[in-house]
Design a protein around this ligand. Structure first.
Ligand code: KG4
Ligand code: ZN
Length: 377
C-alpha cells in the first residue's frame, strides 16, 4: 500500500510517500520538507498568516517532487493529512490539498493527529522496532516535547492515550525558543541553545583534560562559569506530572537584564546561560518521566517531538532510566524524524488502517475539518 502524506501544521511544508507491505515492512519512497525558517526568523517565531502563505507557495512543488502527482495518482492507495493540533491557517492549506487529491483520484483520506504522528516517528528506521513487535513494548510512557506541547502520555495500546500531565504555560520547545530570543540567538531556539550549551561542555571537558594531564587541581571551581546564574527547576517537586516553563524563561530574562552590556554580548555568558537553561529544562523533563515510568510500571519509555532531538535530554534520560528504572527500554526517534515531517503522518495513518476498514475513509474528503486544538485523548 502506498501512502501519500501531507503535513503543514506549523512552518514546514512536508510531503512523503511510504510503501507498506502485507507484513508491515515499509519502504520510504520519498520524504520532502520545505522549511520556512528564513521567513519567520526575522520575527523571532512563526507568524501564522505568513506560514499559510508559504505553504500555498510550496505545497504543489513539494507534492510534485514527492510523487510527481500529476501522473502518480493511480499508484497512491491512501492519502494522509495532519488535522491538528497546529496553526489553523497552516493546517487549512494541507487539508485542502489532501481533500482535492482524494476527490480527484478517488482515494481514501485519513486525518491524523499531529502528536500521534510524532509518536509514530519512533518506528521510522528504528532497527529495534517493527510495527509487528510494537505490542511487546506496551505499556509505554511517552514524553512529547515540541514547540507547542509538553505532555506525559501513558500509552496502554497504540491509539489509546492517557495524558498524565501537560504544561500549564509554555511548552519545552517554546521555552528554548524564547530563551534563545532573549540571548539574541535567533529562531528556532532549541538547536541554537543546544549548540551554545555544547560549547560550554566542550570547554569544561578540555579544561578538565588539561588539568588531569598536568595533575593540577583547578584554582577555582567556576572556570568557564564566572557568572552567578541560578535557575529554578519549575514544578520539580509538585507531586504531579504537570510542567511549567514560563518562570524559567523569566528567570533567564531577569539575569540577562542585570548584566552589563559587555557581558550580555560575551560568548562566555551566552554559552553559560545556554548550558544552565538547557540543564534546568532537561532536569525537570527527565525527573518527571522517570517517576511516571516507575509509578505506572511501564515496559518502555519513548520520546517524541522536536525537543527529543536534544542530545543532552537523550543522554540524561538514558542515564536516569538506567540508574532508577533499568527494567524499561528507552526508545528514541532518529534525530531527523524528531522535528516535523510527513513520514510520521503516513505511518500514523497506516496504524489506523490496521484498526479500521479502508472503505470507511473513502468519502472523508467531504467532512474532514481541521482541528487546531485537537487533543490526544
Ligand atoms: O515538533 P516540532 O518540529 O514542531 C512542533 O510540533 O512544534 O518542534 C519544534 C521545536 C522548536 O521549539 C525547536 O526549538 C525545538 O523543537 N527543537 C529543539 C531541538 N531541535 C528542535 N529543542 C532543543 N534541542 C534541539 N536540538
Ligand atoms: Zn510537531
Amino acid at each position: 500500500m502506498k501512502i501519500l502524506a501531507i503535513e503543514t501544521s506549523c512552518d514546514d511544508t512536508c510531503c512523503a510517500l511510504l510503501d507498506v507491505n502485507q507484513q508491515s515492512d515499509f519502504k520510504i519512497l520519498s520524504n520532502i520538507m520545505s522549511s520556512q525558517i528564513k521567513v519567520h526568523a526575522k520575527f523571532g517565531g512563526v507568524v501564522p498568516s505568513l506560514a499559510a502563505r508559504e505553504h500555498v507557495k510550496n505545497i504543489l512543488p513539494c507534492l510534485e517532487e514527492c510523487c510527481g502527482f500529476a501522473s502518480m495518482g493511480k499508484d497512491v492507495d491512501l492519502i494522509a493529512v495532519t488535522m491538528g493540533p497546529g496553526l489553523a491557517p497552516a493546517l487549512l492549506v494541507g487539508l485542502t490539498a489532501a481533500k482535492t487529491l482524494s476527490y480527484i483520484w478517488q482515494k481514501p483520506l485519513i486525518g491524523v493527529n499531529h502528536l500521534e504522528g510524532h509518536i509514530a516517528a519512533n518506528f521510522i528506521n528504528n532497527s529495534q522496532l517493527t510495527i509487528n513487535n510494537s505490542q511487546k513494548l506496551l505499556p509505554v510512557m511517552c514524553l512529547i516535547v515540541s514547540g507547542g506541547h509538553t505532555l506525559l502520555v501513558l500509552i496502554k495500546k497504540f491509539g489509546d492515550y492517557q495524558i498524565l500531565g501537560e504544561t500549564r504555560d509554555d511548552a519545552a520547545g517554546e521555552a528554548f525558543d524564547k530563551i534563545a530570543r532573549i540571548l539574541g540567538l535567533g529562531y528556532p531556539g532549541g538547536p541554537a541553545v543546544a549548540a551554545g550549551a555544547a560549547q560550554i561542555t566542550n570547554y569544561k571537558f578540555q579544561i578538565s583534560n588539561k588539568l588531569q594531564k598536568s595533575n593540577n587541581k583547578p584554582k577555582t571551581t567556576s572556570m568557564g562559569e564566572p557568572f552567578k546564574i541560578k535557575l529554578p527547576r519549575p514544578m520539580l517537586g509538585s507531586g504531579d506530572y504537570d510542567f511549567s516553563f514560563s518562570g524559567l524563561k523569566t528567570a533567564v530574562l531577569y539575569n540577562f537584564k542585570i548584566q552589563p552590556e559587555k557581558v550580555k554580548k560575551s560568548k562566555n555568558y551566552i554559552q553559560t546561560m545556554c548550558g544552565k537553561a538547557q540543564q534546568a529544562i532537561v532536569d525537570v523533563l527527565v525527573a518527571k518521566t522517570v517517576k511516571a515510568a516507575q509509578e505506572f510500571k511501564v515496559k518502555s519509555v519513548m520520546m517524541a517531538g522536536g525537543v527529543a532531538a536534544n542530545q543532552s535530554l537523550r543522554q540524561s534520560m538514558a542515564t536516569a532510566l538506567h540508574e532508577k528504572y533499568p527494567q524499561a527500554r528507552l526508545i528514541l526517534p532518529e534525530l531527523r524524524f524528531c522535528t516535523d515531517n510527513a513520514l510520521m503522518i503516513a505511518l500514523a495513518a497506516f496504524f489506523k488502517t490496521r484498526q479500521h476498514d479502508l472503505a470507511m475513509f473513502k468519502n472523508s474528503w467531504r467532512d474532514l475539518k481541521i482541528a487546531p486544538n485537537a487533543r490526544l485523548d
